[in-house]
Design a protein around this ligand. Structure first.
Ligand code: ADP
Ligand code: MG
Length: 253
């Protein structure tokens, strides 16, 4: 799967014009883990919503192996995970997944079973619990299991761990990497957490403040698992911080 985004811009018009994205050009492929980092309001969610065909761009194109995003969604090629998972409160963990599976198109020959997916995200023991009895971390695990069952070649993740406490986030980050290495989808991961981006991604895009533009594009060539005390980690951390600060100054100055 090859995702290509060309000359993509988006402006919201409702009473006034809000330019959200400006001239985004980007290509990436299956097996790549791309993180997008930037301040709040810089257009990260807008880009994901455009990629998932939830809104139509005012300019530019998004292609998945040469097909448009509408076709890619119809073909079940795009999985989506947001900050607050939409779980059905009247169904237990297992039934939530059964329902999701029933509505999922997949071309994958090696389809995961629900119990495999539950085991991968560590929820086997909770399979008969209802969503409201789960912690925030467990709810995100359940949402992640739903993504796994979809076998989509593209995963769009909108700050999926942002609402979680630090320790839970760290643990899920490590587990997610292991799961990613099994299915090897193209991941597009939005975050405002620099550490999370460096722990996870092959490639880190830094957005400028609104309207979002690609201010920097880093490739990360460190083996997993990555640790904060590694010199390369620290180097990248300060580079990204610097760019975010410079952009912030320019924006307000
Ligand atoms: P981020 O996810 O980076 O925090 P968003 O993509 O949510 O940023 O928003 C980018 C900009 O577009 C913001 O200025 C936001 O207010 C604006 N925006 C987002 N959605 C809409 C909408 N539906 N109508 C008008 N403006 C919007
Ligand atoms: Mg957002």
């Amino acid at each position: 799967m090859r995702i290509s985004i060309e000359s993509l811009s988006h402006t919201f018009y409702n009473g006034q014009a809000t330019p959200a994205l400006q001239n985004i050009n980007l290509t990436f492929e299956s097996g790549k883990f791309v993180a997008l980092i930037g301040p709040s309001g810089c257009g990260k969610s807008t880009l994901l919503r455009l990629m998932a065909n939830l809104i139509t761009p005012t300019q530019g194109i998004i292609h998945y192996n040469g097909h448009d995003s509408r076709q890619a969604v119809l073909d079940g090629e795009i999985a989506w995970l947001s900050q607050s998972p939409a779980l059905l409160p009247w169904l237990n963990v297992e039934k939530n997944l059964e329902l999701a599976q029933r509505f999922t198109e997949t071309k994958s020959p090696s389809r995961l079973s629900i119990s495999d997916a539950l085991a991968l995200v560590g929820l086997t023991a909770a399979s008969h619990q209802y969503p409201f009895t789960l912690s925030g971390g467990m709810q995100q695990r359940l949402a992640l299991a739903r993504v796994l069952l979809q076998h989509a070649p593209v995963w769009l993740m909108d700050e999926p761990f942002a609402a979680l406490d630090e320790l839970t986030r760290e643990k899920l980050t490590e587990e997610l990497l292991q799961i990613w290495q099994v299915q090897m989808p193209a991941v597009f991961w939005v975050t405002h957490n620099i550490y999370e981006a460096i722990k996870l991604a092959d490639r880190i895009l830094v957005f400028s403040p609104q309207p979002g533009r690609i201010a920097a594009d880093f490739s990360v060539e460190m083996p997993y698992p990555r640790h904060e005390n590694q010199p390369q980690f620290q180097g990248l951390l300060s580079n990204i911080r610097l760019i975010l600060q410079q952009k912030e100054l320019k924006h307000h100055g």
